[in-house]
Design a protein around this ligand. Structure first.
Ligand code: IPM
Ligand code: MN
Length: 370
């Protein structure tokens, strides 16, 4: 297959983790006979510094022309504590999500045995944890009307949702649950918010079309407690934009390192793949960041292309690095490997394994002929 991949390195550790994914994707292309064409664009603080805009038109155009987007990270501390800044790096990502209508953000939460000791939870509570968060990504309070009065003593942020916006993210969430443990939990605040009551109504009505999926409803305050107390109860979590932002950061620490967590943002056109971690500016350029969140996002991209075997090859390589402790500093502060070395190890593993698998198949074919 031939695919056009837009690469946006972004800020902080974005360039170095993304470079590892490109290495890995090149190894996949080589071993599985695909052609991936990479084009690079600017976004975030990097783009503001170079062009004045957090999402230059050229980047947006490049993304629209691509089959998928690989994105690193966004954010720079110089904007964080400046409430007067009118141009911010994050605006680039929000605009890109909106322009491409990436309405569903999918964040899988898996745990790894070899990393249980890093989790703030006890090993016993981590058994069986395997859930996926479907976060609505282009609506709600993130995109509502904002106001602030003249003397800046009063401000508002509107939270709005339409039935159509809820349906278009809820339907794929139901379909996903059908392929998994057949359970969907809607997280909302329906005891207080009108938008949450609409979410509940729409989801309840849709549930009729998915009789094999059991649905439960949980208030977000209780859900944030349940994620810590008994995370194994969840299969597919569906929620609105801001609750999803908060809950997914909370859930990401279960794994032991946020640096491992991938995500996919999908809509009707080209989709975007990015690790859920931030730009981690203190680590930028030091070759210490964990590239696995990005590499696993690249695996989600391969799944999105329908390249299931290729995605599995990447995940297997990642698991191999984890079980053999070829890991970054966040996972092992004493014996660790650099960002780039881990990328090389994963790419090499894919190359080696594809060769072994091909040799193995050749033997099998030969023995079938005999
Ligand atoms: C995320 C990030 C973004 C968000 C920021 C960078 C705007 O935290 O992808 O979760 O809040 O959606
Ligand atoms: Mn977030």
């Amino acid at each position: 297959m031939e695919k056009k991949i837009a690469v946006i390195n972004g800020d902080g550790i974005g360039p170095e983790v993304t470079a590892q994914s490109v290495k890995v994707l090149n190894a996949v292309a080589h071993e599985f006979n695909h052609q991936f064409h990479f084009a690079y664009g600017l976004m975030g603080a990097d783009a503001i510094d170079k062009t004045g805009s957090p999402l230059p038109d050229a980047t947006l155009e490049m993304c629209k022309q691509s089959d998928a987007i690989l994105f690193g990270a966004i954010g720079d501390p110089k904007y964080d504590n400046d409430p007067t800044a009118t141009i911010r790096p994050e605006q680039g990502l929000l605009k890109l999500r909106k322009e491409l209508q990436l309405f569903a953000n999918i964040r899988p939460i898996a745990t790894y045995h070899s990393l249980h000791h890093l989790s703030p939870l006890r090993s016993k509570q981590l058994e069986g944890v395997d859930c996926v968060i479907f976060r609505e990504l282009t609506g709600g309070i993130y995109f509502g009307k904002r106001t602030v009065n003249e003397d800046k003593t009063y401000a508002t942020d509107e939270c709005a949702y339409s039935r159509a916006e809820i349906e278009r993210v809820a339907i794929p969430a139901f379909q996903y649950a059908q392929k998994r443990k057949k359970k969907l939990t809607l997280i909302d605040k329906a005891n207080v918010l009108e938008t949450s009551r609409l979410w509940r109504k729409v989801v309840r009505e849709l549930a009729v079309q998915f009789p094999d999926v059991s649905v439960d409803y949980m208030y977000v305050d209780n859900a944030s407690m349940q994620i810590i107390l008994n995370p194994a109860q969840f299969d597919v979590i569906l929620t609105e934009n801001m609750f999803g932002d908060i809950i997914s950061d909370e859930a990401s620490v279960l794994t032991g390192s946020m640096g491992l967590m991938p995500s996919a943002s999908v809509g009707n056109g080209s989709a975007l793949f990015e690790p859920i971690h931030g730009s981690y500016p203190q680590a930028a350029g030091k070759d210490i960041a964990n590239p696995l969140g990005s590499v696993l996002s690249a695996a989600m991209m391969l799944d999105h292309f329908g390249m299931t075997e290729e995605a599995e090859a990447v995940r297997e390589a990642v698991n191999w690095t984890l079980t053999h402790s070829f890991v970054s500093k966040d996972i092992d502060p004493i014996n660790n490997y650099g960002t780039s070395a881990i990328g090389d190890l994963i790419a090499d593993y894919i190359r080696r394994n594809a060769k072994t698998a091909a040799a193995h198949n050749a033997v099998l074919n030969a023995s079938t002929i005999i």
